[in-house]
Design a protein around this ligand. Structure first.
Ligand SMILES: Nc1ncnc2c1ncn2[C@@H]1O[C@H](COP(=O)(O)OP(=O)(O)OP(=O)(O)O)[C@@H](O)[C@H]1O
Length: 236
């Protein structure tokens, strides 16, 4: 489980996250939406120990990332849009390099390439991968140490419909094993099909935190729910 509790973050006196609290539960895909600059990536970076917050907590199974032990990759796998593989390495070399850092052997690297459908492209250089192939490689990297939790920043960005469908099916099978996913995306209608729970953020504040089925029952779509929630906040 991922627990975000009263998180507060400022950069140069500009508030980016304000009293943000929510949970991403086991057995569920939780989607995090919000416009550009609303604080989604900052929240994820805090969760992964790449940034500090001024107040509040971001916990993975009750612990800060830095308290997860010698091999946090076994507990949580992540995919950050900003982390690009070295372009002249092959897909396999990229995984092998990360695998060596987290105690994973070359068979598991091959297995992960197979899982994401990149076996045939394993000896191709990353610079020759399409965007969709790079996204798949990012997912393979997150899965390398067989974690129970995935934290994915924009995993479907730029994917074609087949790729998006593949990621959806993959993540749903992942949480059906009792695992946890937290993912961000701008594609609201795709998230309707993918996530079990939605958290909406605007100007660093939570504006939605509800199960998908309740949102769709009440508003018909994530888009309607999100913009209604913003109207509600404007009136406060
Ligand atoms: N290292 C930093 N120093 C100063 N300001 C930052 C830094 N990182 C992020 N910000 C600011 O924090 C705000 C939130 O950025 P963040 O990247 O978290 O938003 P986001 O919701 O992920 O946006 P997007 O959807 O465009 O990826 C933005 O105003 C951004 O300029």
């Amino acid at each position: 489980m991922i627990t975000i509790q009263k998180l507060h973050k400022e950069y140069n006196n500009k508030i980016v996250l304000q009293n943000v609290s929510f949970k991403a539960k086991k057995g569920e895909i939780t989607g995090l939406i919000g416009p550009n600059g609303s604080g989604k990536s900052t929240l994820i970076r805090i969760l992964l120990g790449l940034e500090n917050s001024q107040m509040g907590m971001a916990l993975i199974d009750g612990k800060k990332y830095s308290q997860l032990g010698d091999n946090p990759f076994c507990i949580v796998g992540s995919f950050l849009d900003s982390c690009q593989p070295y372009p002249t390495r092959t897909g396999f070399q990229h995984l092998r390099w990360i695998g060596l850092a987290c105690g994973v052997d070359s068979n598991r690297c091959k297995e992960c390439l197979e899982l994401v459908g990149l076996s045939e492209a394993k000896n191709k250089k990353v610079k020759d991968y399409s965007l969709g192939m790079k996204q798949r490689l990012g997912l393979a990297t997150a899965l390398l140490a067989n974690p129970d939790i995935l934290i994915l920043d924009e995993p479907i960005n730029g994917l074609d419909p087949e790729g998006i469908r593949w990621v959806r099916n993959f993540l749903q099978a992942f949480v059906n094993e009792g695992k946890t996913v937290l993912m961000t995306s701008h594609y609201m209608s795709e998230l309707e099909l993918t996530v079990d729970h939605l958290v909406g953020i605007s100007n660093g504040k939570i504006v939605i935190d509800a199960p998908t089925k309740d949102i769709l029952k009440q508003f018909g779509s994530f888009e309607e729910a999100y913009f209604k929630a913003l109207e509600g906040k404007e009136g406060e």
